[in-house]
Design a protein around this ligand. Structure first.
Ligand code: PEP
Length: 257
């Protein structure tokens, strides 16, 4: 297991501002007792970013946004630009979540533009990749992952990539209908991704945080986090409920005691 791990959650379109504030207050308190080897992050909805950022300004919780456009400004109704997010002071930008790819047709080339925009505004891009069920069944998972990684990180320099994090989230493992992946499958996928990153960036690629996500829960999180190339967990449902998130964090904290 790495000596520093990233643990966080994307709230998707779930929490209202009131619910998000109550959650964050509890997490703020909890974060004071959690080992500094655990980096915590939350990714609220855009509507909650300003107050949640203020609420966490004195804590060690990193704040991210769920999406942004790559342009600085323009006629893009409904979109939010990197300039606007920089004004709020977010730390991270989540890019390419499978729901963005599936429902809004986001592709790797667009994600790549967003990665560059995020980096130029000082955000840490959290780039989400993962094969879908059809790709898995056709035994092309590795080809898909390699292509996603290469296109999403196209023209990102060795220096810039030190700010990037990657989340491997097999699409078939995500959400209500997701089937949790076997730890051996995850280990193999992460080893492959690590190898790809090292091919692309040499020693720097060995240090890029690789997070795993997809139906991570109280029963399986420990198995996943113990995998060599898993440097963190990107958790959905099991982290939205503060009771289960607390249990996960306490048990992870024990690993560093
Ligand atoms: C996700 O959607 O990125 C995710 C990890 O969700 P869940 O843990 O609920 O499968």
């Amino acid at each position: 297991m790495s000596n520093k791990i990233w643990i966080g959650t994307n709230w998707k379109m779930t929490k209202t501002l009131k619910e998000g504030l109550a959650y964050t207050e509890e997490l703020n308190e909890l974060s004071k007792k959690v080992s500094s080897n655990i980096e915590l992050f939350i990714i609220p909805s855009h509507t909650a970013l300003i107050p949640i950022h203020e609420l966490t300004s004195k804590s060690r919780i990193h704040i991210g946004a769920q999406n942004m456009h790559w342009e600085e400004e323009g006629a893009y109704t409904g979109e939010v630009s990197p300039r606007m997010l920089e004004e709020i002071g977010i730390d991270m930008i989540e890019l390419g979540h499978s729901e963005r790819r599936q429902y809004y047709n986001e592709n790797d080339r667009e994600i790549n533009k967003k990665v560059h925009a995020g980096l130029s505004h000082g955000f840490t891009p959290l780039v989400c990749i993962g094969e879908n069920l059809e790709q898995k069944n056709n035994n092309i998972s590795k080809e898909v992952l390699a292509a996603q990684l290469k296109v999403c990180l196209k023209d990102v320099t060795k220096e810039e990539v030190t700010k990037v994090m990657v989340a491997y989230e097999p699409v078939w493992a995500i959400g209500e209908n997701g089937i949790p992946a076997d730890a051996t499958y995850v280990a193999e996928a992460h080893a492959f991704l690590r190898q790809q990153l090292v091919e692309l960036y040499g020693e720097t690629g060995a240090k890029i945080p690789l997070l795993f996500g997809g139906s991570v829960n109280l029963e399986n999180f420990m198995e996943y986090i113990k995998i060599e190339d898993v440097n963190g967990l990107f958790i959905g449902r099991a982290a939205w409920n503060m009771d289960s998130f607390k249990q996960i964090l306490h048990r992870l904290d024990d690993l560093f005691a």
